[in-house]
Design a protein around this ligand. Structure first.
Ligand code: SAM
Length: 293
């Protein structure tokens, strides 16, 4: 008789409050043939707290994701039910999971995500900021060009942004966002969600900078940042001033490149990917700059 293929379940686990684990998630952890866990010790502790029997646990984390895929696909082929858990919250959301889910989908296995705890959506729901459209950023890369480009993208993001940040990097991230001209944006700083000391601070980004200077951040944070559209609807004059600042900065760059001997076409090619101006507007600025010399 042919084997009935198995199924991969994504099982969200509590982000701070054990009772947030759903009855269905608990049943899945009890009944799965195998639990694939970001950290098997964390998963074992959860099973112990829930008084669930210990069973086959296999690690599935950022450093072995790719190599674990074959094993998990083989177990699915053998008809096993696999529960995938991360240390906290929804697997595959700023956590390992996406690679094995993609492989299982590609191979034609059924994948089922159970609804449950997630820090970003919990913070968004309580933020009071526009929740109709939002952008999930997760962790901003910690350094280099990748960080610079994500910070720039966040500054232009029309919709509310959801950002994860570690406490020891929070001050730097707030400073870097402020350097993008976002000091006046509204921010909800959601801390230690679902835990006894859960808190929400509703303030501007500049006020949050002051706050973390006064009191060193501790615990886990989600930043819910007002989007550009909501900000400009609230402060239309900021849009005009911002456009002027942007054009002034671009003019400076044009002057520098021209001094370095570049012609108009080359200046356009260099700046078009670096500036938040349309190609035509940028070309017009380059022309205007040339005629004003
Ligand atoms: N998969 C998880 C989820 O569904 O939310 C996210 C995992 S990610 C590795 C961990 C980050 O999520 C933390 O650094 C923090 O930014 C955020 N986070 C997790 N738990 C949180 C909590 N209880 N309160 C605030 N933020 C939390």
């Amino acid at each position: 008789m042919d084997q009935i293929p198995g199924k991969l379940y994504l099982v969200p686990t509590p982000i701070g409050n054990l009772t947030d684990l759903s009855a269905r998630a608990q049943r899945m952890l009890a009944e799965a043939d195998l639990i694939a866990a970001e950290d098997t010790r964390v998963a074992a502790q959860l099973l112990a707290k829930l008084d669930l029997p210990f069973k086959d646990l296999v690690s599935y984390h950022a450093h072995n994701e790719q190599s674990r895929v074959d094993l998990i696909l083989a177990k699915l082929a053998a008809g096993q039910t696999i529960a995938l858990v991360s240390d906290a919250g929804m697997p595959a959301i700023s956590d390992p999971g996406q690679i094995v889910v993609a492989a299982a989908v590609q191979a034609g296995y059924a994948v089922c995500a159970l609804p449950g705890p997630n820090a970003a959506l919990t913070a968004l729901a309580a933020s009071g900021l526009d929740s109709r459209y939002f952008h999930f950023e997760g962790f901003i890369p910690v350094k280099g060009k990748e960080r610079a480009s994500r910070l720039q993208a966040l500054a232009q993001q029309a919709e509310t942004s959801l950002i994860y940040e570690a406490p020891h990097r929070l001050a730097k991230t707030l400073d870097d966002l402020a350097a993008q001209g976002l000091g006046d944006r509204r921010l909800c700083l959601a801390r230690e969600l679902t835990k006894p000391y859960e808190s929400y601070l509703y303030l501007s980004l500049a006020e949050a900078q002051d706050q973390v200077k006064r009191q060193a951040p501790r615990g886990e944070y989600v930043l819910v940042l007002e989007g550009r559209e909501a900000y400009l609807a609230r402060c239309p004059e900021a849009g005009q001033a911002g456009q002027k600042d942007l054009e002034d900065q671009v003019r400076e760059k044009i002057l520098l490149l021209r001094k370095a001997g570049l012609r108009d076409r080359s200046i356009l090619e260099v700046l078009v990917d670096l500036c938040d101006l349309g190609k035509n507007d940028l070309y017009q600025l380059i022309k205007d700059e040339a005629s004003s010399e």
